[in-house]
Design a protein around this ligand. Structure first.
Ligand code: ADP
Length: 258
């Protein structure tokens, strides 16, 4: 019955889940999924019980980031979806349901039904945090999430660059409209470090300025680094694959600031 449209329960808290945190961005490609994966693992490393819901239904990347591409989601005897478990995280992504290469050509109501199932019909168990990797932009899934459950807060990922920041402003506005508190702004790809020097490839200070404009917390900056990209491609988030690297430390600091 996957993707069915069923009348949605309105704004229900998820039993057993303390905080639902949405990770959003205006534009794609700013590292939202990478940051969401690393935050989830970093929170688990601190001892929290963490789930990660990949709500980027049209462009899911968490199976790649966690190396679960060949696994399939199963249902238990109560017909609930059983999340995959990886690096201490419970993971749900459409990529472990729909075969790779098959496009999700779905209209809004089906997206809504899928998200409803991912929230309310998964054996999540007891969680301190359910991290939701949102699709980029301000579309159906953003509205559905706010309707389907009580979201504790939203976090915006942006790069320092103006084109990313301008779209990120819309994402911040979207949280306001759906009455989700904005927890803060994370700036990704803030600088590249070479020979002790910081090169600001995408400009400087955009994330902090955005946080100030929205009177919200600036949660930190994460450098652009080969290890981050390699780790994601290899299916092991950098906070695990290179825990002592400056980029992993930056990601852990952001997780602590949450
Ligand atoms: P989004 O979810 O915003 O579309 P992704 O997380 O998929 O973005 O990241 C886009 C690309 O950039 C990926 O190839 C990812 O590995 C890479 N990437 C993200 N953050 C960093 C970083 N801090 N350093 C290096 N590469 C990064």
């Amino acid at each position: 019955h996957f993707g069915a449209t069923v009348r949605a329960p309105q704004n229900l808290p998820l039993p057993g889940i303390k905080h639902v945190v949405a990770i959003a961005s205006g534009k794609g490609g700013v590292g939202k999924s990478t940051v969401a994966a690393n935050l989830a693992v970093a929170l688990a490393q601190e001892g929290a019980a963490v789930g990660l819901l990949d709500a980027d239904i049209y462009g899911p990347s968490q199976a790649q980031m966690f190396g679960t591409q060949t696994q399939k989601l199963m249902v238990d005897d109560q017909k609930r979806i059983v999340p995959l478990e990886r690096y201490g995280i419970k993971l749900i992504t459409i990529a472990n349901i729909v075969p790779p290469g098959q496009a999700m050509v779905w209209r809004g109501p089906i997206l809504h039904g899928t998200l409803r199932q991912f929230l309310h019909e998964v054996a999540w168990g007891e969680l301190d945090y359910l991290i939701v990797d949102m699709p980029p932009g301000t579309g159906d899934v953003q509205l559905s999430l706010a309707q389907l459950t009580k979201v504790s807060g939203g976090v915006i990922v942006t790069t320092p660059q103006d084109v990313a920041r301008i779209d990120a402003e819309r994402a911040a506005d979207m949280f306001k409209r759906v009455q989700v508190p904005l927890l803060g702004v994370i700036e990704n790809m803030s600088y590249f470090e070479q020979g002790g020097e910081r090169i600001h490839i995408f400009g400087q200070g955009g994330g902090r300025r955005m946080a100030e404009a929205h009177k919200t917390a600036f949660l930190g900056e994460i450098p652009i680094a080969v290890a981050v990209r390699e780790a994601s491609d290899a299916g092991v988030p950098v906070v695990l694959s290179a825990p002592h690297s400056p980029e992993a430390q930056a990601l852990r600091e952001v997780a602590r600031a949450l």
